[in-house]
Design a protein around this ligand. Structure first.
Ligand code: F6R
Length: 368
């Protein structure tokens, strides 16, 4: 059943090229337009949407964070991102032009279900991104985009997350198409880039020995930090969450821009710091993060740098370098997350932990 892998988690990490390809499958009509079959909301309803609230828990919440960057950029519709457990206990402003997007692998997360019920009472439309056919969340939603990751058995989400990212991108591109905003060359290019992603993920798997070696080198660490910016920030949060869940050590993700507002104080000699470097672009983010890497290294951090092919600016400041295939910034999480998953898995296995069934955790969180 584990297909020759020692852990379900390793099997599910290895299935990611397929999970991404399957989630993309059949979305692209002959006319070059996207089609989302289970999208039960009409184009008119979607054109009226003036605000999106993306709601989820845990890893799925990090997918929602990525969705904000992508959807706002492509559609110019404002997107708020909120933890389901916070959303339902405040007094959120919703009405019939608000689209609530919930993201859930299991479809049974109690807080997310309650958030949907609340949103529908307020007359908001609810679209769910979900991996489990017939589960409560899609049944209670107005519309669904199913991710096609296949069943996830390991408690820690991996292929579920990558397929959620794909669904979020598809939703953003679809809304842009419906609204007629910016639907031009850029979006056609993004779709072509998405189609190349399974091969990029496969390459990260094939190169996995490097990151496994880093995990063995760092196996005694009691604390590890993760830095990112833009969509690399939720990737950093996800890297830290995987490590907390599986290895039971202190792990924390930060936005690299926040370093000097506090977190840099915890940097000390030998502290491992992962850094996700955005692609070099017009927005100077890459330059800013290179200087963040220099800052932490000057204070003794041991840096593990994830950076795209061909960017050598960080080489002098990287104790370990993990290469990523080149992709537009917004899509980089699809490849940058993979070595962080492999790292957490290997690191926890080194400590002798049960990777598939971490202590204190359940696969579906059906109670609050
Ligand atoms: C992390 C993890 C959890 C879930 C969270 C939401 O590896 O598995 O953080 O992501 O409990 O679960 P779903 O997506 O099923 O609503």
């Amino acid at each position: 059943e584990k297909g020759g892998y020692e852990w379900f988690m390793l099997k599910e990490i290895a299935e990611q090229p397929q999970a991404v390809a399957d989630t993309l499958l059949g979305r692209h009509g002959r006319d070059g337009l996207l089609q989302l079959d289970e999208m039960r909301l009409s184009d008119d309803e979607l054109r009226n949407v003036d605000k999106i609230v993306a709601i989820a828990c845990g890893t799925s919440y990090y997918a929602a964070m990525v969705a904000k960057y992508a959807i706002e950029h492509w559609t110019r519709i404002p997107v708020e991102v909120e933890l389901a457990s916070e959303f339902r206990y405040r007094d959120p402003i919703l009405d019939k032009t608000t689209l609530v997007v919930t993201i859930s692998q299991s479809g049974e997360t109690a807080d997310t279900i309650e958030a949907i019920r609340y949103a529908r009472q307020q007359r908001a439309r609810v679209l769910s991104i979900c991996n489990t056919n017939g589960s409560t969340i899609p049944r209670e939603s107005d519309a669904v985009i199913y991710t096609h990751a296949g069943p996830e058995v390991a408690v820690a989400s991996t292929k579920g997350f990558l397929s959620q990212l794909v669904a979020c991108y598809l939703l953003g591109l679809y809304l842009a198409q419906v609204k007629g905003v910016k639907y031009g060359d850029e979006i056609a290019r993004i779709i072509a880039d998405l189609e190349g992603v399974p091969a990029g993920i496969q390459r990260m798997l094939d190169d996995g020995d490097e990151i496994r070696k880093v995990a063995r080198d760092l196996a005694g660490s009691r604390s590890i930090l993760f830095l990112g910016r833009h969509v690399g920030y939720p990737v950093a949060l996800e890297g830290a969450l995987k490590l907390k869940e599986l290895a039971y050590i202190h792990a924390e993700g930060f936005s690299a821009g926040e370093l000097k507002h506090g977190p840099i104080a915890v940097i000390e000699e030998g502290l491992p710091v992962f850094v996700v470097v955005p692609p070099k672009g017009r927005d100077l983010l890459q330059k800013k993060i290179v200087s963040n890497i220099q800052e932490v290294r000057a204070r003794g951090a041991r840096t593990i740098v994830l950076v795209e092919d061909g960017d050598d600016d960080v080489v002098p400041y990287a104790d370990h370098l993990i290469r990523l295939p080149r992709l537009p910034t917004l899509l980089q999480p699809l490849v940058a997350t993979v070595p962080l998953q492999i790292f957490a898995c290997e690191f926890a296995a080194q400590l002798g932990h049960d990777v598939d069934q971490p202590r204190n955790l359940a696969k579906s969180v059906t109670v609050e």
